[in-house]
Structures are given as structure tokens and as C-alpha cells.
Ligand binder design. Structure first.
Ligand code: ZN
Length: 294
């Protein structure tokens, strides 16, 4: 292992702390690929890991008590002492390009993404475009190999201009930013970046956090990124602050507004942290929301 690799690995593993000092506990999972059609596109949800959090008020319920969080979990029939999040990525196969939306945790923490891609019959060198929702490690960690090389050597890496500037300014992301810089193409959110893929500004979780709206033959899927983390807590109590959000107030405003938009539109969504495969719809229930898996 070279010194450069050692430094990179240390930086990547440090970054698993995400933001806000909350320590994530990635759990190794077997690879899995869940394929479905969206118009003329083949869409595949790719499993990478699980992230198990103690119900200790550090992430969920940062503005309430763990007992309040436990009440919500219990009502949903889930364990009350911990919260399990999926860590998934999305693959979209179009006739002229292969697009990957986020890249999971990567090899330094044994993410299963590469095995899941193999199940989808895609090689890393087949990927032409990578769309990044934001620069937290569980979304960008898979951009580099354990040797510090580009994991997807031919792919253009699309990231919002604001997020790219922020990523480069974060000490934990510095090493990875240097590796990917030659392949990065930035955009201002709100427009179409490749045919059928429109970017949505969803700030708060990180400064330049975005979602992606994918459309084919009148069918639409929205990758919401980290607008909501738990399919239970984030929807039942969307106004509760979440420790992962860089700006908790803006994160809450964005979460509530986007969940309402998605529920009103009966929009099919992909949520990277909902239980695999993370595909379904948001429905409004009284003053809150719920997730209906597809
Ligand atoms: Zn995340």
C-alpha cells in the first residue's frame, strides 16, 4: 500500500462520521439488484450497505427525546432501540448511456455496490455518467477504488456547482475530491443535464444537495437523495431536526415542501436510505406522510 493510498483510506474512513459528528455503523450486506422499467429505460436499485443507528437522540430526534422517537418506531412496528437505514444507489440504463446515481460507501468500508452492479450486468467501465446528490461519504465513497483510482474510469461525474465547492472545502473530502476532479462536470440545479434527467435543488442536508427527476415516455421517477432518511421517522415527523442535516432548519423546510410535492404528484420515488430497494410513493396522512413501497 502506498503512502497516498494510506492517506486516502484514512481520509475516507474518517469521513464515515458523516456530518454533525454522528458516527454511522455501516453493516456489510450481500449484493442485490432490483430492476424495473420506467418508460423505455431499465432502472435498477443497487444495494450497498445498511447503516444502523442507536436511538440516542444524536441523529433522529435531535430536537426531541429518544422516547419520542421510540414512540414513532413502535407505532410502525419497528425496533425502538435502533434505526436501520439502507444505503443504496440507482442505475439507469438508456440506449446511449449508463447512469449511476450516487455510488454508496465504497471499498474501504466494504460496500456491496460493485457486486450489485455485476448482478445488473454492468461493468464499472460501462458507466458513462454519475449523478451525485451530495458529497457525504455514503454517496461518493464508491467513486474511488481502495487504491485511490477512479472506480468508474470513463464516467463524467455530475455534481451541483455549490456542492462541488463545498466538497472541496471539507477536510474529510479533500483526498477524494482531488481524485475525481478531472472527471467532474458541475451544473446549476433546475435544468436538464442529460436527456431525460432534470436536477432539483433540495438544499439543507448539504448546501448543494439535489434530487434528480428521471423521465421516459411520460413516466417519472425522482431520486430524492437525503431529503428524508428514515422511511418511518422522517415521514411521520418531518419537522423533527435530523443531526445529519448541515442546516437543520433549511433541511426541515425542504423536506416538508418536497414531501408534499411528491405526495400531491403521486410521484414514484427512489430514496437511497429507505429499506432496499427504496422505490415507492409518498402519501399524505393527516399532518404527516408515509411511504408506500412499490
Ligand atoms: Zn446519505
Amino acid at each position: 500500500m502506498t503512502i497516498r493510498t494510506l492517506r486516502l483510506s484514512a481520509a475516507l474512513v474518517t469521513a464515515v462520521s458523516f456530518s454533525g459528528g454522528a458516527i454511522a455503523k455501516p453493516v456489510v450486506v450481500p449484493p442485490a439488484a432490483h430492476e424495473f422499467d420506467l418508460g423505455s429505460l431499465k432502472v435498477v436499485s443497487l444495494r450497498d450497505a445498511d447503516n444502523v443507528l442507536e436511538n440516542d437522540g444524536k441523529v433522529f430526534g435531535a430536537s426531541v427525546a429518544p422516547s419520542d422517537v421510540a414512540r414513532v418506531l413502535k407505532a410502525a412496528g419497528a425496533p425502538t432501540d435502533k434505526i436501520t437505514l439502507g444505503v443504496d444507489a440507482l442505475l439507469v440504463k438508456a440506449p446511449d448511456r449508463v447512469m449511476l446515481f450516487d455510488t454508496g460507501l465504497g471499498p474501504t468500508v466494504h460496500g456491496a455496490l460493485m457486486g450489485s452492479l455485476e448482478q445488473a450486468h454492468v461493468k464499472p467501465s460501462d458507466v458513462t455518467d454519475i449523478m451525485i446528490t451530495h458529497s457525504h461519504f455514503d454517496h461518493v465513497g464508491g467513486l474511488a477504488t481502495s487504491g485511490g483510482e477512479l472506480a468508474f474510469p470513463k464516467a463524467t461525474i455530475h455534481i451541483s456547482a455549490e456542492e462541488w465547492a463545498w466538497m472541496q472545502s471539507q477536510p474529510d473530502s479533500e483526498a477524494l475530491a482531488k481524485i475525481i476532479a478531472p472527471r467532474v462536470k458541475t451544473f446549476e440545479p433546475g435544468g436538464m443535464i442529460v436527456p431525460g434527467v432534470t436536477t432539483l435543488s433540495l438544499p439543507g442536508h448539504t448546501p448543494g444537495h439535489v434530487g434528480y427527476q428521471i423521465t421516459s415516455e411520460g413516466q417519472t421517477l425522482v431520486d430524492i437523495g437525503d431529503t428524508a432518511h428514515s422511511s418511518i421517522v422522517s415521514l411521520a415527523e418531518p419537522e423533527w431536526a435530523i443531526g445529519y442535516d448541515n442546516d437543520e432548519d433549511l433541511g426541515e423546510t425542504t423536506r416538508r415542501a418536497e414531501l408534499k410535492t411528491l405526495a400531491d404528484g403521486k410521484t414514484l420515488i427512489f430514496a437511497p436510505h429507505f429499506p432496499f430497494p427504496g422505490v415507492g410513493r409518498i402519501v399524505a396522512e393527516a399532518d404527516h406522510f408515509a411511504f408506500k413501497p412499490q
